[in-house]
Write a protein that binds this ligand. Structure first.
Ligand SMILES: [Zn+2]
Length: 464
């Protein structure tokens, strides 16, 4: 059981959720409780049960009804690029594979600043929250000249929205046809800023709301020296370590030609044999590499929508799990998905596994694992991903009544087998952030207008 030591940065509360129609615990026995209750005390789950809640729970504890609800642990997104939500469905890249798609989009970001990233983060978090996410990792690696406080702007936005935010502090320091000078930073500047963020923002305590992950963009856009130093920095501070790897076959070819090694071998040679590492995509690994991932405790962030959208391939998730590799779901960037709906992402993971391995390869509960305790485990969070005593009081309550699941015999399976829906309520650390389908204290319509206006400026290259 995780420690109940409260995080110094946590903003938490107590709450009793009662009369829950279906409580999907994702505990070791995969119990689904009926007519259940769940008591959160100071941000952590104190107790759960079926029937009437104990009368010993003080009347002063706020109540939330679970009638007409299917409650899951708050979902966890392990890989995203919020900045891209200003370039989604961007015509020049809509029918291209990874590298030409990146090239089509890259010219847009030259004047992208901290305020823009804050706006993208708020909008991206709203999408994720309304689809069930309570913990989010974003990977930001574009720091146009002068925009030094990007990650600080993201934390301010995440703090306003109330979710647990893991900032993957990205980096690029190698010039290429794809990356212009204005997008590059010097290695010393990258490392200094990353360490500053770790020292000022990173909270490793149970119940943490803020973490930093050391996250070079890719082996192709970062020097060997930076990759090595990034691993050393992550190890020094016991943070996560993250990058893209195994996304396309072209990456294997490029890596062999340029470095004389396949991409994973190259990373391992740079000191990435570290059990807090996870790699986005992990499609094009051979069996020897799967053994290496398992041996070193390296995880894979599975992003099925982006992989299908860009025609990159199918991650061998059922086989990865058989090898004992950690796997978590990721929606990936908002210009290769092009939405941030975490429940829809789990549906795609379920169906993509079935395309390759057959209908019995993955069940709905197997898919839920990728968005709950498996994602938490991969991100080094032993306090998230299950509804059980001692875990964080984070939950997503989906309505049982939904047009697209009307008349469903199995309401829990219907969450993925039927068309994905939005949450009714969302709770993080005992605080109700979404109530009756609306994010509290947020004018979503006004946010959408501001974001759409700025997106048009960016897309038309008018951003000043
Ligand atoms: Zn990505």
């Amino acid at each position: 059981m995780p420690s109940n030591r409260p995080s110094s940065l946590a903003i938490t509360a107590s709450l009793l959720v009662h009369d829950i129609d279906y409580l999907v615990t994702m505990d070791a026995e995969r119990r689904v409780l009926r007519d259940a209750w769940l008591h959160i005390e100071d941000g952590f789950i104190h107790s759960i049960g079926e029937g009437r809640p104990p009368e010993t729970i003080p009347a002063s504890v706020p109540r939330l009804s679970g009638r007409g609800r299917i409650i899951l642990p708050g979902l966890i997104n392990t890989h995203h690029h919020f900045y891209q939500n200003m370039a989604r469905a961007y015509t020049p890249g809509n029918n291209l594979p990874l590298l030409p798609w990146l090239a089509a989009m890259n010219r847009l970001w030259q004047n992208f600043g901290e305020d823009d990233l804050a706006l993208c983060t708020e909008l991206g978090l709203a999408e994720l929250m309304l689809s069930g996410a309570t913990t989010v990792a974003d990977h930001h690696y574009v720091f146009p000249r002068g925009a030094h406080n990007m990650i600080d702007a993201q934390f301010a936005a995440a703090s306003k929205m109330g979710v647990r935010f893991h900032a993957s502090r990205g980096s690029m320091n190698v010039r290429s046809d794809l990356i212009a000078d204005w997008a590059l930073q010097e290695e010393a500047e990258i490392l200094e800023d990353t360490e500053r963020l770790i020292e000022t923002r990173h909270d490793a305590a149970s119940g943490s709301f803020r973490q930093i992950i050391v996250a070079p963009c890719a082996a192709t856009s970062c020097s060997e020296s930076l990759l090595k130093a990034s691993s050393e920095l992550a190890r020094k501070h016991c943070t996560g370590l993250h990058t893209h790897c195994g996304e396309t076959e072209a990456e294997n070819t490029f890596s062999l030609e340029k470095f004389g090694r396949r991409p994973l071998d190259y990373l391992l040679n740079c000191g990435w044999d570290y059990d807090r590492t996870w790699l986005a995509h992990g499609i094009h690994f051979n069996n020897t590499e799967l053994e290496q991932l398992a041996e070193h405790g390296i995880g894979v962030g599975h992003c099925p929508n982006a992989n299908m959208r860009l025609g990159s391939g199918i991650c061998r998730v059922p086989e990865l799990l058989e090898y004992g590799i950690k796997v978590g779901i990721g929606v990936d960037g908002s210009a290769s998905n092009d939405s941030g709906h975490i429940l829809a992402e789990l549906r795609q993971a379920l169906y993509l596994a079935r395309v390759r391995y057959g209908a019995e390869a993955m069940s709905v509960l197997d898919a839920f694992e990728l968005g709950t305790w498996r994602a938490a485990e991969m991100m080094g969070r032993t306090d998230l991903g299950r509804l059980a005593r001692g875990y964080c009081g984070d939950l997503a309550a989906f309505p049982t009544e939904d047009l697209y699941a009307n008349g469903a015999e199995n309401p829990v399976d219907a969450l993925l087998i039927c068309h994905p829906r939005q949450v009714a309520d969302l709770v993080v650390g005992g605080r109700v952030l979404v109530e009756q389908g609306s994010i509290r204290d947020l004018d979503l319509a006004a946010l959408q207008i501001r974001h759409a206006e700025r997106s048009r400026e960016i897309q038309n290259n008018l951003a000043g």
